[in-house]
Design a protein around this ligand. Structure first.
Ligand SMILES: Cc1ncc(COP(=O)(O)O)c(C=O)c1O
Length: 424
């Protein structure tokens, strides 16, 4: 008789065969491509990083403002750990709060100039739990075609009707609202402040006008625009000069500019109270470790005090965009703020290109289907205030030089294995 372990294994393997990503990794190995994922870094990843004793120029960190490892944060975190330890111990509802929770929520609400804020232990869970809790079967969610996975999962959990409008196409959104809004009780439009794969910005003033006309709520996910857009890093609202109260939920993560972990929603006092007493990812999950809350609070102080970091990031991002374009590279719709993709198209070529860059001491991740549409695989560059022009020039020049080699490897393999090759 088959033992229990084997049967569990075969059930899992049957499931796994559905995952095209696993197949891609296996095929890549057969073609001679190292798996670029899950590499272990030997120090904080800044403009450069250290992997297996070798230094790389690093374009894969969320530390957009070059704040991680700031001595002020390390000192504040150490002092907090001495008093509060490293765990909040339980959900804040039952285990109680620590001063860092309250201070961080107050600081974020003030930063957004709205009434209140709730912090969750994960950015992804913030979207899942908030949307999943607030909306239900009689409601409708209108989402941008490139909305982040966490927003999609939240909408799914809500069980509400979902309509996806073409990326950043407000005409398409308006048409959908006109056709569908009246069929549902509550409605929400969901967008991002700066899109995480394409590095472009939505027409927020128009979306606000639409949300008002069609009586919808609006959630803006600022994971990649908080601390990045606007003269003082106050995000997409500062970029457009928007009244902060015109958006019902300002969402962002604390894993990026704030160098910590977790997510938050800023909004009205009533909304935040409602979430604090009911949202499952808050009520049934442990409170944020006080040390992390302290790290984020200190990072926010640095951001407010040193807007020059924001300016430096914007300047080097613009340089990256224009230099890449001047060399004929396809940067899609990127606007030159922290995230700039170099779109290659074919996933295999993108993978080999990333590998070639790695060999030359440049660390940048290939992104392919299912994270982006098939045929739009890319090298996604996260740019940081710590980068210098010479880092950018080295990376772009290396792409230009290595791309033909990467294409040749894939073409050769295709010709030699026409029966097994799957074009992604
Ligand atoms: C737009 C967007 N929202 C939410 C998240 C989730 O945030 P976290 O990684 O902090 O959980 C991400 C993560 O990258 C993101 O890009």
């Amino acid at each position: 008789m088959e033992n229990k372990d084997q049967s569990a294994n075969s059930t899992f393997n049957h499931m796994r065969s559905k995952l095209s990503f696993g197949r891609m990794v296996d095929m890549a190995a057969e073609m001679g491509m190292d798996n670029p994922l899950f590499r272990c870094h030997e120090r904080a990843a800044k403009a450069t990083t250290l992997i297996e004793g070798r230094e790389y120029i690093n374009f894969s960190t969320y530390d957009y403002l070059d704040i991680n490892t700031h001595p002020e944060i390390t000192e504040a975190v150490t002092a907090t750990a001495k008093v509060y330890g490293t765990s909040a111990g339980a959900s804040r509802l039952v285990g109680g709060e620590r001063p860092q929770h309250r201070l961080l929520e107050k600081a974020l609400a003030d930063f957004y100039e709205v009434e209140d804020c709730i912090i969750y232990v994960s950015g992804h869970a913030t979207n899942v739990s908030t949307l999943g809790y607030l909306f239900g079967k009689r409601d409708v969610i209108f989402q941008d075609g490139l909305a982040h996975n966490s927003l999609l999962q939240g909408a799914r959990l809500a069980g509400a009707a979902r309509f996806t409008y073409a990326h950043n196409d407000c005409d398409a959104l308006e048409k959908m609202l006109a056709e569908k809004r009246h069929e549902f009780k509550h409605a929400i439009i969901v967008t991002e402040g700066l899109f995480s794969m394409d590095g472009n910005i939505p027409d927020l003033p128009r979306i606000i006008a639409l949300k008002k006309r069609y009586n919808c709520m609006l959630l803006v996910d600022e994971a990649h625009s908080f601390g990045i857009l606007g003269q003082t890093g106050r995000g997409v609202r500062e970029y457009f000069g928007i009244n902060p109260r015109d958006v019902d939920m300002w969402m962002s993560t604390m894993s990026k500019t704030l160098c910590g972990c977790g997510g938050f929603i800023c909004g009205s006092h009533e909304l935040i109270d409602f979430l604090k007493y009911g949202s499952p990812g808050f009520v049934y999950s442990v409170g944020m470790p006080p040390v992390i809350a302290q790290a984020c609070l200190t990072a926010l102080d640095i951001l407010k005090r040193e807007p020059e970091r924001v300016h430096k990031l914007q300047k080097i991002s613009q340089f990256f965009l224009h230099y890449a374009q001047s060399k004929g590279l396809d940067t899609g719709q990127a606007q030159g703020y922290a995230v700039v993709p170099v779109i290659i198209g074919n996933s295999w070529v993108t993978g080999f290109l990333s590998q070639a860059l790695f060999k030359r001491g440049i660390y940048v991740m290939p992104i392919s289907f299912p994270a982006v549409k098939e045929g739009t695989a890319r090298l996604r560059f996260f740019i940081s205030a710590a980068h210098e022009e010479e880092h950018v020039i080295k990376a772009i020049d290396a792409i230009i030089e290595e791309r033909p080699n990467a294409e040749a490897i894939v073409d050769k393999y295709k010709q030699e294995h026409p029966d097994v090759f799957t074009d992604y």
